[in-house]
Design a protein around this ligand. Structure first.
Ligand code: ADP
Length: 188
């Protein structure tokens, strides 16, 4: 069975990577598809996001990375995939994800959306949180793959703090300024 994991991945986080790795254990093939979300102003262009994901997933032989401009179900049909893989973190994700799953079901009856619950340690983690921390000069090494952290630091032209904080030092989600979480509508 082939599963599509669609998203913005701007940038890929360890939470995304966890979903990808678990998806690769569940399905014959997983295709991560980077979509341009018209509701979000991206930090990285699509091509760079693809490269970041490829570099972070070299250990996964049944993973492919691609991009697409159009409906997710159109891409899924093109690739003969019958599963859309999505992640769930908090209750606020659920409403949007359920709406999207129902919408996609009306467009493609034979394609199922399957949700993976976030791993506990990634439940607070989103691309937006990473960008907020980096924007204010904080460390993100513990939140994204190493190569991605370097891209982020270069992007914000900030010097990373030498070592990532311990779990006890991490800000609680309440303390982290959030711009687009609960998230804006992702494209279907
Ligand atoms: P989109 O713009 O489509 O929401 P994202 O890149 O933000 O794209 O997220 C893609 C998918 O990954 C979504 O289903 C989202 O809920 C899921 N996801 C994001 N972060 C995590 C995480 N920390 N744990 C589990 N799933 C996550």
């Amino acid at each position: 069975m082939i599963a599509i994991y669609p998203g913005s991945f701007d940038p890929i986080t360890l939470g995304h990577l966890d979903v990808i790795e678990r998806g690769c254990r569940l399905f014959e093939q997983v295709i991560v598809v980077v979509f341009q979300n018209p509701n979000k102003k991206p930090l990285f262009p699509v091509q760079q996001r693809i490269e970041q994901i490829r570099r972070s997933t070299q250990h996964l032989p049944n993973l492919e990375v691609d991009s697409f401009d159009g409906l997710t179900v159109t891409y899924a049909r093109m690739r003969q995939a019958n599963v859309l893989l999505r992640g769930l973190r908090v209750v606020s994700d659920f409403e949007m994800e359920l709406q999207m799953a129902h919408t996609n079901k009306t467009l493609a009856e034979d394609i199922e959306t399957i949700f993976l619950a976030t791993s506990t340690e990634h439940s607070f983690l989103s691309s937006s949180v990473v960008k907020e921390i980096a924007r204010f000069g904080g460390p993100v090494d513990h939140l994204v793959p190493q190569a991605v952290a370097i891209d982020i630091y270069q992007c914000y032209a900030k010097t990373p703090i030498a070592s990532a904080p311990t779990a006890a030092e991490l800000p609680s989600p309440m303390e982290v300024p959030r711009t687009d979480h609960p998230k804006e509508t992702p494209p279907v």
